[in-house]
Design a binder for this molecule. Structure first.
Ligand SMILES: *Cc1c(COP(=O)(O)O)cnc(C)c1O
Length: 357
């Protein structure tokens, strides 16, 4: 029997489809899987890593070393790169779990070259304009000085990350690519990687040897390419229906006042589940294609919706949709001017997750 709590449907086949779309588009480049933050919130016990692996993905990116350990405990053979780098006292942990640190600074580089005796894989991140992670332009000569040691590695990947790839027209994309080209010229003969989801759809010259999609695998930012398909749907049961008389108010601080007799429904989700408080009196959910507005303030665990127009067609226990293939995570993100990344990475741990093939 199914619980009457909010639940997520996660379509693993759609993840595979999106992986294949990217693969086809990139053609010659290796398509890695960015699975940080537990596969953008969808990961539950590595279901996403597993489907990507089955789709042919061999190389994965996480942000944090703990994420890497968690995945390694379930998958022995895949390559796991840790974007946040080689930080204090981490050398032995990287070795123990066979994780690859993405080298972000000169001191990390020196430390790892000295510590790592295997000389299998080296990944170095260069900053071309994010000012976040990666070796900065002024320090590139120090990398060149270490070239002999770098060349001891079987495989060397030089990577960078684009700041504005979500906007195809942004001139900064090309500025960063040209900076990356300069680095490539100074350090030739390795493998190169520049593009995440947005960068992939900027075109061939952004692909290089490896691409690192994240959000597009999970069905977000469908505007990058029409073939990217929706992956995750969230629905919630109605747990109570109330009648509200004209002039009465709804929720904390009484931010909604009924202009007429109104029928409301209460759904068990709130800001504790990552449903932004900014959706108060602003968001909406759907029932059989009909829009039902959220009224009053979003509470920690509850939201009230106006169901007056469907009052005879909807009953306690029915499910309303928060997002699905018709009202996507991109659409839902737009409601509060946030981004689809934020929508899915904040999905509550207390929701049921149904993985579908
Ligand atoms: C998060 C991240 C990615 C994936 O980005 P998407 O926009 O989700 O495709 C790739 N590379 C780096 C360095 C990242 O931080």
């Amino acid at each position: 029997m199914k619980h009457s709590t909010p639940s997520l449907d996660i379509n693993l086949n759609a993840v595979k489809h999106n992986y294949n779309i990217i693969k086809k588009f990139c053609n010659k480049s290796e398509v890695c899987g960015t699975v940080k933050a537990s596969s953008y919130g969808l990961g539950g016990h590595n279901k996403i890593v597993n489907i990507l692996k089955k789709s042919g993905c061999k190389r994965f990116f996480v942000a944090n070393i703990n994420e890497g350990i968690f995945i390694r405990n379930n998958f022995k053979s895949i390559i796991i790169n840790v974007l946040n780098g080689l930080n204090k006292n981490e050398e032995k942990i990287f070795k123990k779990y066979n994780l690859v640190p993405v080298i972000n600074t000169i001191s990390q580089l020196k430390k790892w070259l000295k510590f790592d005796k295997d000389k299998k894989r080296l990944v170095i991140h260069f900053d071309t304009g994010m000012c976040r992670l990666g070796i900065q332009e002024d320090n590139i000569n120090e990398v060149i000085e270490l070239k002999k040691k770098i060349n001891e590695y079987k495989e060397v990947i030089l990577m960078s990350h684009l700041a504005c790839s979500g906007d195809k027209k942004d001139k900064y994309n090309e500025i960063q690519r040209l900076r990356f080209e300069k680095i490539k010229k100074k350090l030739p003969g390795y493998k190169y990687s520049l593009a995440a989801s947005g960068g992939i759809f900027l075109g061939k010259k952004y692909h290089y040897d490896l691409v690192r999609p994240g959000i597009n695998l999970y069905g977000g930012n469908q505007n990058f390419n029409k073939k990217i398909t929706h992956v995750v749907s969230l629905k919630s049961p109605i747990i109570q229906i109330n009648k509200l008389k004209k002039g009465e108010t709804v929720g904390y601080s009484r931010t909604f006042k009924a202009k007429q007799n109104t029928v409301t429904a209460t759904i068990p989700m709130g800001y504790a589940d990552g449903i932004g408080i900014r959706l108060s009196n602003k968001g909406y959910v759907h029932f059989k294609g009909k829009k039902l507005p959220m009224i009053g303030r979003v509470s920690m665990d509850l939201i009230i919706i106006d169901i007056t127009k469907l009052k005879n067609k909807i009953k306690e226990g029915d499910f309303v949709s928060i997002y699905d293939k018709n009202f996507t995570i991109d659409n839902f993100a737009n409601l509060t001017r946030t981004i689809p990344y934020r929508i899915i990475t904040c999905i509550s741990k207390r929701y049921l997750r149904n993985y579908k093939n």
